[in-house]
Design a protein around this ligand. Structure first.
Ligand code: NAP
Length: 275
């Protein structure tokens, strides 16, 4: 029965390509065939995508035929990134987005709603690591700024876009976390904590991921966190062992999960982590 359905859909698709089928039939059969081949175009937003891991996530999602909005806090840097992607034959829409700026988020939500009517994939990638001292000596202004970008930024974007995802019964939210936000067994690391504000922000982001996933179970929206591993970017430094392709891989995998994929997990190398 399923085979007959697929064969019929292919027949309609072939007819539609020859302009022989009625238009509604053309649309239905094209959608069905494209879905069967996994070719449905998704609309994706990647934050902090003008460089580093975010740029690579945007590139890979674009390469797979998704419509990608490239979030950048500086439009000029976003334009340069867009040009670089265009030279690779990947078309991307840049959008000004400082994740700490509620007005930017509100404007972008309106724009995505009016341009596309949906957002299928949200990759909360933008992040900073600006503290480098012991927790007992950390400047609390650095803690505040870190939480504002790494925790409240993703939270703000989730709040903005979840209603749109709920309306479409589909969503993939990927929060880019870090192994530095992982405290398995609650044991203190003997080496200490190098960037406590950063670690705390990523641990909190993991908790937010769990909370949203549990709230949204059964809605078609999957919420997970991806740890890139130590990656060669401006943040990771030139001697990090991983390439950006490797660093982006788990986030892209989570962004393109099928409907029966996991939710509420923190993943490294596509494997659930005990964090
Ligand atoms: P990166 O090279 O420093 O790039 C960070 C990106 O985030 C830049 O595009 C930056 O924009 C953007 N950004 C920072 N604050 C922002 C804000 N308020 N609003 C919007 N964009 C903002 O870092 P990366 O290595 O690619 O890191 C990407 C993500 O992976 C981060 O969440 C990071 O914590 C995580 N991570 C990285 C590593 C690693 O080894 N690299 C390891 C674990 C986790 P500007 O260009 O305007 O500054």
């Amino acid at each position: 029965m399923a085979d007959a359905h697929i064969a019929l859909a292919f027949l309609h698709y072939a007819l539609s390509m020859m302009n022989l089928a009625p238009s509604t039939m053309k649309e239905d059969s094209r959608t069905l065939v494209e879905e069967r081949r996994g070719l449905t175009m998704r609309v994706a937003l990647v934050t902090g995508a003008n460089r580093g891991i975010g740029f690579e996530v945007a590139r890979q999602l674009g390469e797979r035929g998704n419509r990608v909005v490239l979030g950048c806090r500086d439009l000029e840097r976003g334009r340069l990134a867009t040009e670089k992607l265009a030279s690779m034959k990947i078309e991307i829409d840049p959008a000004q987005l400082d994740v700490t700026n509620q007005e930017h988020v509100d404007q972008l939500t309106k724009r995505i709603q009016s341009d596309f009517g949906r957002l299928d994939i949200l990759v909360n990638n933008a992040g900073i690591m600006i503290d480098h001292s012991k927790a007992s000596a950390t400047d609390l202004d650095l803690v505040r700024s870190t939480l504002e970008t790494n925790l409240l930024g993703p939270w703000r974007l989730c709040k903005a876009f979840i209603p749109l995802m709920e309306r479409n019964h589909y969503g993939r939210i990927v929060n880019v976390s870090s192994g530095m936000g992982s405290f398995p067994g609650g044991e203190a690391r003997s080496s200490g904590y190098r960037s406590p504000a950063y670690g705390l922000s990523k641990a909190s982001l993991n908790v937010l991921t769990l909370m949203l996933a549990s709230e949204l179970r059964g809605t078609g929206i999957l919420v997970n966190a991806a740890c890139p591993g130590h990656t060669r970017t401006d943040m990771g430094g030139p001697n990090a062992p991983r390439s950006v392709e490797e660093g982006a891989d788990t986030a892209v995998w989570l962004a393109t999960l099928s409907d029966d994929g996991p939710t509420g997990g923190v993943f490294l190398d596509r494997k659930r982590m005990d964090w």
